[in-house]
Design a protein around this ligand. Structure first.
Ligand SMILES: [Zn+2]
Length: 232
């Protein structure tokens, strides 16, 4: 729904705009970035100013659902003297970081993997793709090594110190987990190194492989548990 509000005029250098208040028309049905509900914004304050040669309107809102405060920034387009309208929402802050939940078997096996994966996810949400890619690569290393250590705890120190590829080849027997771990490491290395060897693959493939690896590791432990049941 388009509404028109009063915005404080901070376009100081504009000869055509002398009023202290500018009318700003925009679509008020935007989503709250914190609770994700639509159309429940109560605008508290608005201001028009120039940022990097663009006119923008900043609106401070209160969400009627979660009762939290957030800030939307819009491109502002000149309509006529003392009137502007929006044509694009630039940002909605603060962003809420939502962690990915993993099954208990994975959080017990490798809490470091879960923490590193979620930090990488946060980096990706913030459009920090290079950092996210390296982070996912590190997460793979912790998941695979903690899995290997759980299989061969007596080799723990050796596993921690060895190259990831050697760890996969020597300590991961399950063919599906091995394949996914190896390919995740390859794609992950591409995210960490100067030159890329698999140019047709990217962070999305890496995340898909990690997701599948997490699934098969979970299944592996469930099957191991089932093996402990003896005939009655
Ligand atoms: Zn809300």
């Amino acid at each position: 729904m388009n509404i028109t509000i009063d915005a404080e005029n901070k376009l100081n250098d504009r000869g055509f705009s002398t009023s202290k208040i500018i009318q700003f028309t925009y679509d008020s049905d935007e989503c709250c970035p914190l609770c994700k509900k639509y159309g429940e914004a109560e605008h508290l304050y608005a201001m028009l100013y120039t940022y990097k040669y663009n006119d923008v309107c900043v609106i401070i809102n209160r969400c009627r659902v979660c009762n939290q405060i957030y800030i939307n920034t819009y491109d502002a387009q000149y309509v006529s003297s003392n009137r502007y309208k929006n044509y694009r929402l630039i940002s909605s802050e603060p962003k809420k970081n939502e962690n990915i939940d993993f099954e208990k078997v994975i959080t017990d096996l490798s809490p470091d993997f879960v923490e590193i994966y979620n930090q990488s996810h946060t980096a990706e949400e913030m459009k920090l793709n290079h950092i996210a890619g390296m982070g996912y690569r590190k997460a793979v290393e912790f998941l695979v090594k903690d899995f290997a250590i759980s299989e061969k705890p007596e080799d723990s120190d050796k596993i921690k110190a060895m190259l990831l590829s050697n760890c996969i080849n020597n300590y991961v027997d399950d063919a599906r987990i091995k394949n996914l771990a190896l390919k995740s490491a390859w794609i992950g290395n591409d995210e960490s190194h100067y030159t890329k060897k698999h140019s047709d693959r990217d962070i999305t493939d890496l995340k898909n492989f990690i997701q599948a690896m997490v699934y098969f590791i979970g299944m592996y432990f469930i099957e191991k548990d089932a093996e402990t049941i003896s005939p009655a």
